[in-house]
Design a binder for this molecule. Structure first.
Ligand SMILES: C[S@@+](CC[C@H](N)C(=O)[O-])C[C@H]1O[C@@H](n2cnc3c(N)ncnc32)[C@H](O)[C@@H]1O
Length: 150
């Protein structure tokens, strides 16, 4: 298992241009919105880090009725997210014990973090619990063959 102390590297995390530049319009989130007609969508960025994904997607989906959430285990990473984001519900918590009610989210994104989770089975159980039935969990991780600039 990969162990990294994100609280120690939070200050320099966003200085990696690759991290910032590789976040695109989330086509799967768009699909969820197009397929389901709701008055409001609930979208969680799990292990949101410094808020890079949330900042970009909030810009792309700014006309949509989406309530945005971010959760992370590192207070220092979250502080960066707080500095850059408005109107996002950001909380300090462990994926293995999330303080959300069951059946809350239409969509959960999870970028570059799953390999850090200590008990991956417990993490998946929690993700399944907080996801609405029919909701989408999108796990994205390092895939070096698809990352020519890595
Ligand atoms: C490589 S960073 C990815 C951050 C962000 N998703 C991104 O794409 O920039 C991994 C993140 O996972 C978080 N993390 C690690 N273990 C966690 C856990 N058990 N629960 C919640 N977040 C965790 C770290 O604090 C860190 O912010």
């Amino acid at each position: 298992m990969k162990t990294t102390n994100y609280s120690k590297i939070a200050e320099r995390y966003d200085k990696n241009p690759y991290r910032v530049n590789e976040i695109y319009f989330d086509a799967e989130l768009n699909e969820v919105i197009n397929k389901n007609s709701r008055s409001e969508y609930h979208v969680l960025d799990l292990s949101c880090g410094t808020g890079l994904y949330l900042e970009k997607q909030k810009g792309y989906f700014d006309k949509m009725a989406i309530k945005w959430y971010g959760l992370d285990l590192s207070e220092q990473m979250l502080q960066k997210a707080r500095d850059r984001l408005k109107n996002v519900d950001l909380i300090l918590a462990d994926v293995e014990n999330m303080p959300y009610q069951s059946d809350t989210f239409d969509f959960i994104s999870n970028n570059y973090a799953f390999h850090h989770y200590r008990n991956k089975g417990q993490a998946l159980d929690e993700i399944y619990r907080v996801l609405q039935k029919g909701g989408i969990y999108k796990l994205h991780n390092i895939a070096i063959h698809e990352m020519p600039n890595w």
